[in-house]
Design a protein. Structure first.
Length: 210
């Protein structure tokens, strides 16, 4: 229960950082077409093909071990999926007639992105946030289990690492492994199911197709 504080804090903050970066990249890449959008999306594709966990491990290894390092490592490596989804939604929104009318009436880039594009992509961003939280919690637990987290704090991944080092696996002390392991699985599943539900509510066609 004490480790829940750190695991949920890291998961929530890392997810918000990841979604914020992805939303900013996706909206600007979808709005500013041409060389800017192409360059940004090629960078996004590079992050997509690179294993997220490997990048997070590399950042956590280079930087000092702290909870903020873990949040930063997860946040800056998990944003590409959000960026591509938001970019696709931005392109769809900007193809609507009222965007052309806004431009004809003198609406600038900032006005269009903040008043028209962002409100229309926020439902997608909300659904994506709940999905990223579960990924962030799993990644934090993995980093802590590998010994790359802050050794001075208690988290679910750190508890699993302590159990491994104490020989709980070989000695069959399941009560040392089960509580943090079940907590990780249940919370990650809960946020994933919430994300899927939010998606089906905000996009009824998705629920019908499933």
């Amino acid at each position: 229960m004490w480790g829940t504080r750190v695991s949920l804090t890291v998961g929530l903050l890392a997810a918000f950082l990841s979604v914020a970066i992805g939303t900013l990249v996706g909206v600007t890449a979808g709005h500013f077409k041409g060389w800017y959008g192409n360059v940004v999306m090629r960078i996004t594709d590079w992050f997509l093909v690179m294993p997220t966990l490997v990048l997070a491990i590399a950042l956590a290894t280079v930087l000092s071990r702290s909870i903020w390092t873990t949040i930063l490592a997860i946040g800056v490596t998990t944003w590409p999926t959000t960026a591509r989804l938001v970019r696709a939604q931005t392109l769809s929104v900007e193809a609507r007639p009222y965007i052309e009318r806004s431009r004809a009436l003198g609406g600038g880039h900032r006005h269009i992105m903040s008043r028209h594009v962002l409100p229309n992509v926020m439902p997608l961003v909300l659904a994506q946030t709940t999905l990223v939280i579960s990924t962030a919690i799993l990644t934090e637990a993995t980093l802590a289990f590998l010994g790359l987290g802050d050794p001075t704090i208690v988290s679910w991944g750190g508890l699993l690492q302590d159990a491994r080092e104490a020989g709980a696996v070989s000695s069959g002390n399941w009560w040392y492994l089960a509580p943090p392991g079940l907590a990780i699985a249940v919370v990650a599943l809960a946020f994933t199911l919430c994300g899927r539900t939010v998606e089906s509510v905000l996009n009824p066609k998705l629920g019908v197709s499933r």
